[in-house]
Design a protein around this ligand. Sequence first.
Ligand SMILES: Nc1nc2c(ncn2[C@@H]2O[C@H](COP(=O)(O)OP(=O)(O)OP(=O)(O)O)[C@@H](O)[C@H]2O)c(=O)[nH]1
Ligand SMILES: [Mg+2]
Length: 240
Amino acid sequence: MAVLDNPLAVPALVILVLVFAAIGLTFIFQKKASNSTYLVLGPTDAGKTALFTRLRYNKRTPTITSMKENEAILELVNDDGTPITKKPIQLIDVPGHERLRFRYTDFLPITRGVIFVVDSTTIGRSARSTAEYLYDVLANQHTSKSNIPILVACNKTDLFTALPTSKIQTLLEAEINRLRATKSAAVEQQESSGETMSEYLGYEGQDFKFEHLENDVTLAGCSVENGDLKCVTEWIADLS
Ligand SMILES: Nc1nc2c(ncn2[C@@H]2O[C@H](COP(=O)(O)OP(=O)(O)OP(=O)(O)O)[C@@H](O)[C@H]2O)c(=O)[nH]1
Ligand SMILES: [Mg+2]
């Protein structure tokens, strides 16, 4: 072709392709980074609304079981008043009630991170139901495709009955391992009926571990009651 006979044609074409690739990548990364919504999920009574209220108003207020989402745009600041994130974040507290919690999926496409709150004092008894909810969040296609990071905030560390974070991790991993086995049959059914598939969690043939997931799952202890929320605010600051 006559155009390609020009000695400058190939370098020009390469430069053009590189420029388009750079523009495309910038667009993709900007879009991902521009998500500034953090979801507060977890079973009922874990302390989600208490956490929301503490981060929003920096105070402790009595809460009752939530029947609808609490949403706010807020600026998290250090003790000296300087913002810890580049721009304000949106915080959405989704009720833990089993009939209402499913609404969290509507927000996943705009979610930068999930704060999954658990009650460290009752998790021994509620590990299975808590793991079921966490499993749903982790196996959701949006979570894995967009690599949404999850902070499992082990709340109520102020109470002496609180289990250590390492124990909570072992409990949740063991329950997710069990659930994964029972759910894989359901996934096969979904595939054959053409329904939306959920992701297989971890590695086949190996016991489930959070570290096997592509998205970061961090567990950390906190106490909304004592205002000990450094693990939450630092985690948000790192992602923003
Ligand atoms: N001791 C202690 N109690 C807490 C802490 N955080 C929350 N609570 C208490 O736990 C109870 C439940 O807190 P909520 O914030 O209403 O729970 P929730 O997760 O929003 O529950 P739902 O709205 O039903 O999904 C309240 O009585 C809180 O005062 C904590 O860090 N320590
Ligand atoms: Mg609530």
